[in-house]
Write a protein that binds this ligand. Sequence first.
Ligand code: AKG
Length: 274
Amino acid sequence: MLTEEQMASFRKNGYLNYGPVLTPSELHDLQESLRKVEEGRSEKSPESKRNISWGQDKGFVVTQIVNIWEAEPAFYRHLFNDRIVPMAAQLMGSDTVRVWHDQVQVKPPRIGGPTTWHQDHPYWPVIQPADLVSAWVAIEDAIIDNGCMWMVPASHTWGPHRGGTIGTDEKTWGPTPDLSLLPEGVDVTPRPQEVPAGGVVFHHCLTWHGAPINLSEKNRPAIAVHYMPGWTRYEPTATGHMVEHHITVKPGEVLQGDHFPTVMENGEMFSPKE
Ligand SMILES: O=C(O)CCC(=O)C(=O)O
C-alpha cells in the first residue's frame, strides 16, 4: 500500500514514480508474450496493433498495441496484479476497480517515435468523470536516453486542455501549451520519469505527459493499464472510441462487462478467470 507521503505527492503532482513492482518471472512473462504478439505468434489477436508515430515519413515507429490482454494470458494476468491494483484503488479513492483498456507502446532503437504532449481523458470522452489512473510499467529499463515518460507536475489540476494535445516542440520535445488557457504563473517544466524494467509510474488522466524520440540503441517497450474507479459511466459522444463497440451497458450506466474486467470489487481483489 502507498504511504501518506506517496498519496500526497500524487495529489499534488498528478503522478507517482513508485518504482520496481513486478517479480522477475512476471517481467519475463510479459517480455516473452510481447515478443509473441509483435511477431504474430500469439493465439489470439489484440484489439489493434499499428504504428501511431509522428514522423512516419522520416522512418519513426511507435508500435501501439491496444488490449494486448485479449491476446496473451500473461498480459491478462497483469491486469489483476495484486500489488498494482490496490495502489491504483488507493490513488483513485475507490474500492472497486475496472479496466478501461490497456496499451503497449514499443519504441524501437534509433527510430523510436515520440509521444507528443497530451492528456489522456480528452481521448476518452465516452467515459466520465475524468478521474482514471493509469499504471505505466516499463518492460525494459526506461531512461532519459531511450525516451522514458516525462510529466508536468500539477498539470492535472489545470482542467482538460482543448483537443487533448498540448503541442510538442520538435527540438526540445517539451510541451508548447497556449499559456493563455492556463492559470497564471504555472510552471510547465516537464520532469523525466526513469524507471527500471518491471517498475511502475502512475498518472492521473488529466496529467500532461509526453516522451521524446528514442535515438538510443535500447528498445523502449512499456504497458499502460488504464484503470477506472467503480463509478465511471458510459456517456456516448459523436467522436467515439476504439473499444466502444464492446460496450453493452446503456448510456449513463456504470461501464462494466466482459471487455472491461473488474479487478477489485468492494475492496476484494478478483482473480483472473482460468
Ligand atoms: O508509452 C508511452 O510513451 C506513452 C504512453 C501514454 O501516453 C499513456 O500511457 O498514457
